[in-house]
Design a protein around this ligand. Structure first.
Ligand code: NAP
Length: 264
């Protein structure tokens, strides 16, 4: 029960394959009190059905949470303040790029496509952290999800790599700004997973094949692998860890460029 007494908000459950759901199950197992956001009414039913598997939909507060809508974000954190009086952990598991933009060479991405991708996938961490940190009066843990395509080129990741570069820089700056109040900010860099978002990346199957063949642990990761590391980040075990990126990728990040597949 590593998270007993911790109040956690999980953002980004789309379905049972979502990384956010792996985190939710691990947090539930470890005794955390949980609340969730969903992007659209269409996804609320999915979320409710999943919550029924961990104790019942009525047991958990759920909120509409399109991260581009400030009023929705204000409502979430306003309600959590009234309900819980504070917050201990926040999982930001959100990213979006238009499929066409993701498939385009970077130099052909439109101004609007760039703005949308960065708004949802990177600015959202700032908008959410500002509100969450104000509830973390006794300290807390905020973490996001990134992918190891920032300092090396991963064919097919294109515009999302630029969003992740911004996101990773945000983690370091936020950690520096919020550390004095005991709020820690970290990232988990996950290996390739066939989630809704992951499947939009052309070449993800190849990336998984190469991971299984060449990563030090010779296997692909699961959402449970990510969930367990998220437990560590939300728990007091990581009390001196901030501004970090933890790789949950079977060690693939230590491999050289020669191991990268092409996107075709
Ligand atoms: P996922 O299940 O598709 O989750 C992505 C979530 O982002 C969905 O719930 C999606 O909702 C939500 N979202 C998109 N636009 C939003 C908006 N405007 N407001 C609020 N939520 C919005 O895929 P995932 O792989 O678990 O992704 C979670 C995080 O892990 C992402 O940051 C992703 O980049 C990162 N990551 C994934 C992999 C991978 O290989 N899958 C690897 C490393 C890192 P909708 O479905 O309604 O759009």
């Amino acid at each position: 029960m590593l998270l007993k007494g911790k109040r956690a908000l999980i953002m980004g459950v789309a379905n049972k394959r979502s990384i956010a759901w792996g985190i939710a199950e691990a947090f539930h197992r470890e005794g955390a009190e949980l609340a969730f956001t969903y992007q659209s009414e269409r996804l609320k039913e999915n979320l409710d059905e999943l919550l029924d598997t961990i104790g019942g939909r009525n047991r958990f507060p759920t909120y509409p949470g399109d991260v581009t809508v400030d009023d929705q974000l204000d409502a979430i954190f306003g309600d959590l303040k009234d309900r819980w009086g504070g917050l201990d952990a926040l999982a930001h598991c959100i990213a979006f790029a238009d499929r066409d933009d993701l498939a385009r060479p970077l130099n052909e991405v439109s101004r609007d496509g760039y703005a949308l991708t960065l708004n949802v996938s990177a600015y959202s961490l700032l908008a959410i952290t500002r509100r969450a940190a104000s509830l973390m009066t006794g300290g807390g843990s905020i973490f996001t999800l990134t992918y190891n395509a920032v300092e090396r080129v991963v064919p097919g990741y294109n515009i999302m790599a630029i969003a992740k570069a911004a996101l990773e820089a945000e983690v370091r700056y936020l950690a520096s700004e919020l550390g004095v109040g005991g709020v820690r900010v970290n990232a988990i860099s996950a290996g390739p997973l066939k989630t809704l978002a992951g499947s939009a990346v052309k070449g993800i199957s190849k990336l998984r094949d190469v991971t299984a063949e060449m990563a030090p642990l010779r296997r692909n990761i699961t959402i449970e692998d990510v969930g367990d590391v998220a437990v560590f980040l939300a728990s007091d075990l990581s009390r001196a860890v901030t501004g970090n990126t933890i790789f949950v990728d079977s060690g693939f990040h230590v491999m050289g460029m020669a191991s990268m597949p092409t996107a075709t």
